[in-house]
Design a protein around this ligand. Structure first.
Ligand SMILES: [Zn+2]
Length: 81
C-alpha cells in the first residue's frame, strides 16, 4: 500500500486502499465520539469531493498534514484502486 501521509510527519494517516477507496486511518475527526477508544475508526473516502471536504475538516481543526497533500493524492490516477 502507498501512504500519502503518515503519522511520522502528520496528524493524519491516509492511503489508497486496494479495495477501491482512500482510507483515513484512526481518523482524529472521530475523536470525542466514544468515551474512550484507543483505536479510532478508519474513514473510507470514495470520491474527490469527499476527499477535499475531509482534508478541509482536518485543516479546520488545526491538524498537521503535508501542505500539498490534496494535490498529491489527486495526482495519483490509481487513488481509488
Ligand atoms: Zn480523517
Amino acid at each position: 500500500m502507498m501512504a500519502y501521509s503518515r503519522f511520522t510527519n502528520s496528524d493524519i494517516y491516509i492511503y489508497s486502499h486496494i479495495d477501491g477507496y482512500i482510507e483515513c486511518c484512526a481518523c482524529w475527526l472521530n475523536k470525542g465520539q466514544e468515551e474512550y477508544s484507543l483505536f479510532l475508526d478508519n474513514v473510507k473516502i470514495y470520491n474527490d469531493l469527499d476527499l477535499a471536504r475531509h482534508l478541509k475538516a482536518h485543516a479546520n481543526l488545526g491538524h498537521e498534514m503535508p501542505d500539498n497533500l490534496l494535490q498529491d493524492i489527486l495526482q495519483d490516477d490509481d487513488r481509488y484502486g
